[in-house]
Design a protein around this ligand. Structure first.
Ligand code: CMX
Length: 136
């Protein structure tokens, strides 16, 4: 059911400050910037083999990334696992007693179907499922 690490999300204060590190120091392929208004984030996406790193900047202090930065500062924000079917993956986790943030999938970066598990239920790591097929 789980195919790969789809991406790792990294929260930063400024995309324009962080992009040169990933692009010029690490030499990763920069796939572009996307804004997900519903999540109050702008994300710069970098290819790493079959996965990506999503560098996340908040567009509002009260968004999930804004709150995370306020409490923790910059750092790894979430782990995203590529799955065949996001609805099935969420339902399976719920059946096993995991607390869901999303009961059903919603639309994320690149139009992927995504859903989150609550970090209090996943040993402190905010975990996302993303339905593969439309990722970069
Ligand atoms: N990783 C680990 N723990 C986290 C966390 C994270 N990224 N974000 C919050 N937490 C912890 C908080 O530190 C807090 O812990 P304590 O109670 O010990 O202080 C706890 O979770 C808070 O939980 P809450 O009160 O239920 O909720 P919050 O309002 O703080 O929201 C969360 C937390 C995870 C439910 C919310 O950020 C969320 O819904 N996230 C999913 C969406 C998201 O993160 N979008 C941005 C990425 C977009 C994308 O890549 O597409």
């Amino acid at each position: 059911m789980i195919r790969k690490i789809q991406h790792i999300g990294v929260a930063v204060r400024s995309l324009s400050d962080a992009i040169p590190f990933y692009r010029d120091v690490l030499g990763l392929t920069f796939l572009g910037i996307e804004e997900v208004a519903e999540q109050k984030v702008r994300t710069a996406i970098f290819r790493v083999g079959e996965s990506t790193i999503e560098v996340l900047e908040t567009t509002s202090p009260d968004g999930p990334v804004g709150k995370f930065l306020e409490k923790n500062g910059e750092g790894i924000h979430h782990l995203c696992l590529g799955v065949d079917d996001a609805a099935t993956a969420l339902a399976h986790a719920k059946e096993k007693g995991v607390r869901l943030i999303d009961e059903t999938p919603r639309t994320g970066v690149h139009g992927m179907k995504i859903g989150f598990l609550h970090p209090k239920s996943t040993f402190g790591v905010l975990t996302e499922f993303a339905q593969e097929g439309e990722e970069p």
